[in-house]
Design a protein around this ligand. Sequence first.
Ligand code: B1M
Length: 213
Amino acid sequence: MEILKEIANKVIEGRAQEVEELVKRALEDGVEVSSILNEGLIAGMQIVGEKFKNNEFYVPEVLIAARAMHKGMDVLKPYLEKSGVKPIAKYVIGTVRGDLHDIGKNLVAMMLRGAGFEVIDLGVDVPPEKFVEVVRNERAPLLGLSALLTTTMPSMKETIEALKRAGIRDKVKVMVGGAPLTQEYADEIGADGYAPDAASAIDKAKELLNQSC
Ligand code: B1M
């Protein structure tokens, strides 16, 4: 669809205002929210990633594109979060220590809210002790860890170890995700679940919650 390609291109060009307007127009035209997200915003960001990898784009261009993507996500947010039901359970989420990537984590948080979870988002660069403190104080049955860098993946294991040291590992199900993650890695570090994208993160969260009840 033409408008979705246009959204993707404007994300790549980092044109935040135009992305915002196009997303609004697509919604008015009745385009599916999931298509706007996947074939517009995420598709654009994927190309930004390829260009970044090939040294065609540098950090400033990526940041400008990320800002444009956020603008589009802000418009979609109420549609993704629309549910109006009582929270299913508390879900603590954050990007692990040393990692500043938050677009994917924000998307997962938004979709979880949309699915009826009460999400406590700790942001980025979250140390293991902070995760432990919040999970304990909030008595949250679910914890989601996001990492986008191979160098910060070990921080997920450190967080799981910190939960064990605090004596609350058996009280919380830990889910991990992020582009470099795999099911194999999740198993290796002793996580309870892994999800490759935001949509399957919702299914996994519900599955884990059922196991803990
Ligand atoms: Co960075 N970066 N970056 N970056 N960046 C990547 C990740 C990289 C793959 C680019 C590349 O080289 N091709 C590469 C990592 C290489 C590696 O480790 N293997 C990289 C690098 C190297 C870096 C720096 C080191 C660059 C530098 O400074 N030299 C630096 C590190 C900074 C730090 O974190 N300490 C850096 C910085 C940045 C920016 C700040 C410029 C910016 C982040 C802005 C922001 O997030 N606010 C940025 C961006 C935007 C990217 C790319 C281009 C896009 C990431 C993204 O947002 N994707 C990325 C390349 C790429 O991935 N194509 C790249 C869209 C998002 C919707 O997808 O986050 O994968 P994603 O989330 C998905 C799933 O993974 C999953 O669901 C989401 C939705 O479907 N998911 C979960 C995510 N979390 C989940 C949690 C779950 C379940 C599912 O359960 C809890």
